[in-house]
Design a protein around this ligand. Structure first.
Ligand code: ADP
Length: 423
């Protein structure tokens, strides 16, 4: 058969072939349009392959189709391209029988089968390669996740051990002193009270660290339940300030609460949890600002939200760490430098303060992020932590909440707090 008559046969079946193949393969109007263009291209290459006797003409469109297969297809173990190719061969078969004479149909199918076999073989080889690549990518990902898990596990152990060691050493020291000073006379009794106070501080710090660990696991496991009550942002900061004012004084830090539109407005939130989140931000502002610096609380009212900012004039945070610091135990720096004191300059801690603040704010459907030009212990560029809280004017309906109907004016954050040791 001449090249020309091969082409004639193919052109004869082309319109109907396109129509039927498109309908068989694509559902929906939009899909059909894009499929029709693809199949038109496929058929032209198919013609080239048959008239020249070189099935390699099919490579470009097969590559295109292979490339269009996504990871999602592989994830879902979609059947791949082979059923499509078989469908196209059957269409060629059906349409040839329909339109051509028997002899012409046998002729055309005889030419189509080798091209089809070529495409099946091509796709088969490449799909296997794709699957191998996909599986090795998945393995690589799983390996990286395991490696990261392992790293954070050992990081956790190292940080937890250091954090618990300091208060333990403290307790041991005071107990040893107590033993030496078992009261022999009345003056020793007074001394003993002081030592007991030291033991108390140590155990309270331990309790606080353990409490933080429990909070982190609650947040991680979505087990945090909020106790929504009427709150006022400025009153929460008053309580935070009252607790930290000694530390601020000791570190010669100026504290400024800049009232803003909304800071004295009643909204709903969990006072204890918000207090905890803002306290963590304040403790950090104190810890990472050198003596003599400033800490400013500000904010603004936005449509549907209150934005609260905690700004310090401290050592700042590198932009590349702005997200990292909110991940648990991913605190920057060396764990060995930790726990020199809760509010001492660069005092360190278990690296749970920000992850907990983030968890608590997000439980309120809020957001938290930091802005800082960078980390510089000489020039102190400072940092601003932003908290966006929904301006809740009513109790959220779908949560189990307890509302203390105390008179709004009297509400001065009546939640139970154990006084925490400072410094
Ligand atoms: P840590 O117990 O280490 O203070 P946090 O979760 O509270 O843990 O903070 C994580 C890290 O973020 C800190 O180790 C510190 O490097 C950095 N950081 C947090 N707040 C500030 C701040 N106001 N200024 C500079 N660095 C900060």
């Amino acid at each position: 058969m001449t090249e020309m008559s091969k082409l004639d046969l193919l052109e004869k079946i082309r319109p109907k072939w396109l129509d039927v193949a498109t309908n068989r393969l694509a559902r929906g109007e939009e899909m059909r349009k894009s499929f029709a263009t693809q199949l038109n291209h496929y058929f032209s290459l198919f013609e080239q392959a048959i008239t020249t006797g070189d099935p390699g003409w099919m490579d470009s469109i097969l590559d295109e189709w292979l490339e269009a297969q996504t990871h999602t297809d592989l994830d879902r173990r979609e059947p791949g391209l082979l059923p499509i190719l078989t469908n196209l061969l059957i269409t060629t078969y059906d349409i040839s029988q329909d339109i051509l004479s028997d002899a012409e149909a046998v002729e055309l199918i005889g030419m189509a089968i080798p091209v089809h076999n070529y495409t099946v073989d091509y796709i088969h080889r490449h799909e296997i390669n794709l699957k191998i690549k996909y599986i090795s990518d998945e393995l690589e990902k799983a390996y990286l996740t395991l490696e990261r898990l392992d790293k954070s596990k050992s990081n956790f152990i190292s940080v937890a051990a250091h954090e618990l060691k300091t208060p333990l050493t403290l307790i041991e020291g005071y107990i040893a002193m107590l033993e030496e000073r078992l009261p022999k006379d009345d003056q020793d009794l007074h001394h003993m009270m002081l030592l007991l106070n030291g033991v108390n501080n140590g155990t309270q710090r331990l309790r606080e660290i353990v409490g933080d660990m429990i909070d982190v696991s609650r947040i991680d496991n979505d087990m945090l339940s909020l106790n929504y009550q009427p709150i006022w942002i400025n009153r929460i900061f008053t309580v935070v300030y009252e607790e930290l004012k000694e530390a601020l004084k000791k570190r010669d830090l100026v504290y400024e609460m800049r009232e803003f539109n909304g800071s004295n407005e009643m909204i709903y939130g969990d006072p204890e949890r918000l207090y905890q989140a803002f306290r963590n931000l304040m403790v950090n502002a104190i810890k990472y600002t050198p003596d003599g610096g400033r800490i400013i609380i500000g904010g603004r009212k936005l449509p549907g939200f209150l934005e609260i900012t905690v700004t310090d004039t401290g050592i700042g945070i590198d932009p590349e760490d702005h997200e990292l610091i909110f991940q648990k135990f991913d605190r920057l720096g060396d764990p060995a430098l930790h726990s020199s004191g809760k509010t001492k300059f660069k005092g360190g801690g278990p690296g749970l303060g920000l992850p907990i603040a983030k968890g608590l704010i997000e439980a309120h459907q809020g957001t938290i992020w930091v802005e800082s030009d960078g980390h510089d212990e000489i020039n102190c560029p400072g940092a601003t932590f932003h908290v966006l809280l929904p301006l809740l004017k009513e109790l959220p309906g779908d949560m189990t909440v307890k509302l203390y109907r105390e008179s709004a004016d009297k509400q001065v954050l009546t939640f139970n707090r154990t006084t925490r040791p400072i410094g």
